[in-house]
Design a protein around this ligand. Sequence first.
Ligand code: ADP
Ligand code: MG
Length: 331
Amino acid sequence: DVLVNQIAAGEVVERPASVVKELVENALDAGARRIDVDLEEGGVRLIRIRDDGGGIPAEELPLAVSRHATSKIASLEDLEAVATLGFRGEALPSIASVSRFLIASRTADSGHGACLEVDGGRVGAVTPKPHPVGTTVEVRDLFYNVPARRKFLKAERTELAHIEDWLRQLALARPDIELRVAHNGKPSRRWKGEGTLLAEPRLHEALGEDFVRHALRVDHAVHPGEMRAALRLHGWIAQPVYNRAGADQQFLYVNGRAVRDRSIAHAVRQAYADVLFHGRQPAYVLFLELDPRRVDVNVHPAKHEVRFRDGRLVYDFVLRTLQDALAQTRA
Ligand code: ADP
Ligand code: MG
């Protein structure tokens, strides 16, 4: 079983940033409002994620670290919708099989917390441990028992940059969440919970003042007959006069999750085709929302990619919406 988990880890856990992503998404799923991320040596030595979410009852801790145990599929009816969100009950056992792992938690209705350690996949016993309501997960010495993987980890600052990139993507999409990051004992980033969906301060911090000054607000929705929910595109794109965009200023979210999608990226570039100089990249923060049953986010276990059931329709919608927005700047 440890071996099966280690093999799964090969898909789920590429580097410290993938661990941070899985743990932070779990915290969000648990309803956290505030998430603390402590890192040492680019996350290779330590990743500690503490949240103020609902917590896990002590007796369920062993379940949380066993394979394909997820608390997120309540009924068979949910299965179709839930599967598309990527709930597979695989992350914790995979991560715990390639690290020195600890999970501590407490729910609101239990008087004290509990803790469970897993060392390279060997699960220990649940022990009592004081803990505020919420959950802490510690991942130490990632890949310590898989030297072949460990040797592919990059320099501390590269791994840290991957983590910060991902957290920045998250911070843009979730201005309601307070996020604190510390590296090697020093606070490195703090995103206050703004509570507003517009997230201007976060936009400012992530893309800079110049982007904000040149950003066009986009918000358009249609309701195709075949979808249960509206197809909506909202966010910001830079006007063509904005000229310091690079690939690091392109943020796309599908149903709230940061993804890479060549087709959408192409639609955005196409919308700019007659106004941008050749080779220049558009800058954008765009949120696409659609019927979750018509998009599969599980193409890759790390969930950076998506597959649309109505690819052409989505492409045309994004293209037209942005063309219209850009046309107005010229009128
Ligand atoms: P999945 O998220 O796909 O269900 P995971 O392996 O990531 O699988 O997590 C397993 C289970 O552990 C979750 O379904 C959830 O019940 C529990 N869990 C993990 N992290 C947290 C957390 N931060 N707060 C509350 N419950 C958690
Ligand atoms: Mg998970």
